[in-house]
Design a protein around this ligand. Structure first.
Ligand code: HEC
Length: 116
């Protein structure tokens, strides 16, 4: 019963444009922690507001659903631009040390960024 309720809440959150809903239990890492842990902060900057280069977009305040789908596309190797290949390589090139986020982690990151 717990899982469908959470899924519904998440759906509603997206529909509402990503209001922070803290249905996650206290033990799970925050979107902010995950943004740092997965190395997103290294390019997109603190709070997704201070990108390291003009090639890197600001993420703060974008709808969570867009952040999630754009990042999934890029991480899945389906990005078409040179810039998207750069992000992809940060996770999937042999020399990379960043761990790609699970879809659950990416959802938390997207929700958090959307609220910045
Ligand atoms: C190596 C630097 C780098 C890292 C690390 C990185 N990104 Fe990116 N990201 C980029 C660049 C460059 C683009 C622009 C891609 C393009 O223009 O097609 C981008 C684009 C995006 C976009 C699309 C934004 C838009 O407005 O089109 C999202 C969402 C995103 N990144 C999320 C993330 C998340 C979440 C992480 C961590 C899991 C992450 N990125 C890690 C460099 C990076």
């Amino acid at each position: 019963m717990k899982q469908p309720a959470l899924t519904l809440l998440f759906g509603l959150t997206l529909a509402a444009g990503g209001l922070p809903v803290n249905a996650e239990d206290a033990a799970s890492p925050s979107g902010e922690d995950l943004f740092k842990f997965h190395g997103c902060v290294n390019c997109h900057g603190v709070d997704g507001k201070d990108p390291v280069s003009k090639m890197v977009p600001e993420l703060a305040g974008q709808p969570a659903s867009e952040i999630y789908s754009n990042a999934s596309k890029i991480l899945g190797g389906k990005g078409t631009t040179q810039e998207s290949k750069l992000m992809h390589a940060a996770f999937y090139s042999p020399a990379s040390c960043d761990t790609p986020p699970s879809s659950e982690h990416l959802r938390s990151i997207a929700r958090w960024l959307s609220s910045r």
